[in-house]
Write a protein that binds this ligand. Structure first.
Ligand code: IMP
Length: 198
């Protein structure tokens, strides 16, 4: 199998996390920022895996390399699962999204601030037209204030009780071992090794 892969994202936080897990499996990694041509992807499905598949297919067919895409989100129980699939559109940037979340949860007590990250990953092979899907999640609590400067997105307000730390306090390698995206990508890695890299 060709050992070049596109990680279909403009988000460098996501790109770094996924690449780090697959360093042994591929020789060359590209993000959407590595191509001059912009591929317009409208993530308009209410179903994560459909958005991931749409993204992977469009990018893989356009550039001709095997492609990994993920659609992820933060589901907060006190907000009935919001922002969920709309997480990236919950505000203009990470800071605005965090401020909005803390404001919406300002009267919610600690024990009701439970939440989970979910990640749906697609591996698409344009030459064969085949695709494979993987899932991971990570449970925790939304804190009252920000802490830590690692990671991206909602990491500074996501608390992990088992580790007594915020996600933004954890190193990339550690985050990858426990995170929603890490779990989905590790499942993809096992699959690739069993099927193609024997
Ligand atoms: P999308 O998958 O590009 O639609 O964006 C998912 C959004 O969910 C991101 O923009 C973040 O706001 C949030 N998110 C997903 N995964 C993570 C993570 O690992 N840490 C923090 N925020 C995340």
């Amino acid at each position: 199998m060709n050992r070049k892969v596109i990680i279909a994202t403009e988000n460098l936080g996501k790109f770094r996390e996924i690449k780090e897990l697959l360093l042994d499996d591929f020789d060359e990694f590209y993000s959407l920022r590595d191509f001059k041509e912009r591929v317009e992807i409208v993530e308009d499905s209410p179903i994560y895996i459909e958005n991931a598949l749409k993204k992977a297919r469009k990018v893989g067919n356009r550039f001709g390399y095997n492609t990994i895409s993920d659609d992820s989100g933060l589901e907060v129980d006190a907000l009935n699962g919001r922002p969920g699939i709309l997480s990236s559109r919950y505000g203009k940037n990470d800071n605005e999204r965090i401020e909005k979340l803390l404001f919406e949860l300002k009267d919610v007590p600690w024990e009701k601030r439970t939440a989970r990250f979910v990640a749906y990953v697609i591996f698409y092979m344009p030459e064969k037209g085949t695709f494979y899907g993987f899932y991971g999640d990570l449970k925790g609590y939304i804190c009252f204030e920000k802490k830590g400067d690692r990671g991206f997105g909602f990491d500074p307000v996501f608390y992990l009780p088992e580790y007594d730390r915020y996600l933004a306090e954890i190193e990339l390698i550690e985050k990858n071992k426990i995170s929603h995206r890490g779990k989905a990508i590790l499942a993809l890695k096992s699959f690739l090794n069993a099927e193609f890299f024997k």
